[in-house]
Design a protein. Structure first.
Length: 435
C-alpha cells in the first residue's frame, strides 16, 4: 500500500488500530460466551467489555512488547491486560492465536469485499449509462486488431457490463465463502473450549462457524477470494486496454478526459496520453500477482504452519487496496470518457465497404455458387481495395462471375450498415433486462 494508490475507506480496514479493535471484540465476545457457560465469572466478562470497548490501543506499546515476546497476539494480550486489569486473566481461555488472527482476517476481508462490491456497482452504473448513450453508435468491430464487421460502441460497453456483472456475482460468492469464524483451540478439536463459544463469536462478528478447522481456517477459502480479485483485475485491464487502443492517434474513436491544465508530456506539449488506462494495466498486474501466493498458501503442514502468514500480511491489504483504487479510477474513466462518433464512422468507411464482404459471400452461396467459388470471387475483389485500389462495391458490380448470381441492386443491398445492427436491442435486453 502506498498513498498514491490508496483510498482512505479501504486503508482504514487494514490499520493496526482497526485490527486490534477486532481482536478485542473477538476476545470479548468469547468471554461473554464463556461467562454464560459458567467457565469464567460474568462480572469478569462485563469488566472486559467496560474497560476495553472504547479503548484506544497503544500500537507503539504493543510493538514494544512484541520486540521482546516475538509474538504479536501475546503482545496484544499483555497490553490489553494493562488496560483491563486483573480480570484480563479470563481473556483468551482455551483459545489459540489463530482463533483471533484468522477470524479477524476474515472480518477484514468481508469488509473489504463490501467496499469492492460498491465499487463494482459504480462501474456497472457507468457502463450502463454510456452503453445506452451509444447503443446505436456504429463503429468497426476488430478481430486480431484488423477491421472485421460493424458493431456499436454501446455493444462494446454492454460486453464490459456483462463481464463486470459476472465479476460482482463472483465477489459476492467469495465474500460468502470467506465469512467464517474459528474459535476451536490449538488443533481445532475444541478440547479446551466449547463449540458454543465459536457459534456465539461467529454470530456477533457477522460470520458463521467454520465446519472443521485445524489450527487455522482452511486456506482454499482465501485462495478463491484472491483468485476472484485477480479475475476482476483482468477484466479491469481488458477494458483499459480497449480504451488505450481506441485512443491511438490513428484510431481516436474514444479518449480519456483531458482536464484544463493537464499536461501530457514533459517535452511534447501536444501530447494527450491514455495515462489512466495505462495505470490501470499496471495496477491490475499487481492484484493478479497475489493470486499465486494465495494458491500456495493452501498447502500447510499438518494442522498448521505459518508459511501463509507473512504472505497474507502483505497481500490482503495490498490486493484489496489496489483493486479498490483501480475500480474507482475505472468508473471515473468511463463516466468522463470522450467518444467520437464521427471518427468511428470515418474508420468504418476506411476500407471502402470491405466490412460487408461476408454478406456478399453468403448471398452468392444462396444464389447457387459453391462456397469455394464465392469466397474466391469476393476475395479477389477485396484485395485491390485493401491496397487502396478501387471501390469494393464497384469492383463486384464489374466482376462477371459475381454478376452471374447477383444484380447491381442485390449487391448494393448487401452494403446496408443497419443490417449489422438489427439485433442490438436483443443483446441489450439480455444484458440489461431492457432495450
Amino acid at each position: 500500500m502506498i498513498p498514491r494508490y490508496t483510498r482512505p475507506e479501504m486503508a482504514s480496514i487494514w490499520e493496526p488500530q482497526t485490527r486490534f479493535k477486532i481482536w478485542f471484540e473477538i476476545e470479548a465476545h468469547a468471554a461473554d460466551a464463556l461467562a454464560e457457560l459458567g467457565v469464567i465469572p460474568k462480572e469478569a466478562a462485563r469488566t472486559i467489555w467496560a474497560k476495553g470497548k472504547d479503548a484506544t490501543f497503544d500500537v507503539a506499546r504493543i510493538d514494544e512488547i512484541e520486540r521482546e515476546t516475538k509474538h504479536d497476539v501475546i503482545a496484544f494480550l499483555t497490553h490489553l491486560a494493562e488496560i483491563v486489569g486483573p480480570e484480563a486473566r479470563f481473556v483468551h481461555q482455551g483459545m489459540t492465536s489463530s482463533d483471533v488472527l484468522d477470524t479477524c482476517l476474515n472480518v477484514q476481508l468481508k469488509r473489504a469485499a463490501d467496499l469492492l462490491i460498491a465499487d463494482l456497482d459504480r462501474v456497472l452504473a457507468a457502463l450502463k449509462m454510456r452503453a445506452f448513450e451509444h447503443k446505436m453508435t456504429p463503429t468497426i468491430g476488430r478481430s486480431h486488431g484488423i477491421h472485421a464487421e460493424p458493431v456499436t460502441f454501446g455493444l462494446k460497453l454492454a460486453y464490459a457490463h456483462a463481464e463486470f456483472a459476472r465479476a460482482r456475482a463472483r465477489l459476492v460468492a467469495a465474500r460468502d465463502e470467506i465469512s467464517t469464524c474459528a474459535i476451536s483451540g490449538s488443533v481445532g478439536t475444541f478440547a479446551q473450549i466449547d463449540p458454543r463459544v465459536e457459534e456465539h463469536v461467529a454470530k456477533a462478528m457477522g460470520l458463521r462457524p467454520e465446519p472443521v478447522s485445524t489450527q487455522v481456517i482452511p486456506r482454499d477459502r482465501h485462495a478463491m477470494y484472491f483468485a476472484t480479485l485477480g479475475v476482476i483485475a483482468a477484466s479491469v485491464e481488458r477494458l483499459a486496454v480497449e480504451v488505450r487502443h481506441l485512443q491511438r492517434t490513428e484510431v481516436l474513436e474514444a479518449e480519456e478526459f483531458f482536464s484544463e491544465g493537464q499536461k501530457g508530456s514533459s517535452s511534447m506539449p501536444h501530447k494527450r496520453n491514455p495515462v489512466l488506462s495505462e495505470n490501470l494495466s499496471g495496477l491490475a498486474r499487481m492484484v493478479r500477482a497475489y493470486v499465486t501466493p494465495a494458491l500456495e498458501n493452501v498447502v500447510l503442514w499438518h494442522e498448521r504452519d505459518i508459511s501463509h502468514s507473512s504472505a497474507e500480511r502483505m497481500m490482503a491489504p495490498d490486493a484489496t487496496v489496489t483493486l479498490d483504487f483501480a475500480l474507482v479510477r475505472l468508473a471515473g474513466l468511463i463516466e468522463k470518457l470522450l467518444v467520437y462518433p464521427q471518427n468511428m464512422q470515418k474508420n468504418l468507411d476506411r476500407l471502402g465497404g470491405l466490412v460487408h464482404s461476408q454478406r456478399v459471400l453468403i448471398a452468392l452461396t444462396q444464389k447457387g455458387a459453391s462456397r469455394e467459388d464465392a469466397y474466391k470471387f469476393v476475395q479477389r475483389n477485396a484485395m485491390p481495395v485493401w491496397r487502396g485500389e478501387g471501390d469494393f462495391q464497384t469492383l463486384l458490380k464489374n466482376d462477371p462471375d459475381v454478376k452471374k448470381y447477383l444484380t447491381d441492386a442485390e449487391i448494393e443491398e448487401k452494403f446496408d450498415l443497419g443490417y449489422h445492427l438489427k439485433h442490438v436491442d436483443t443483446i441489450f435486453q439480455r444484458v440489461f433486462g431492457e432495450a
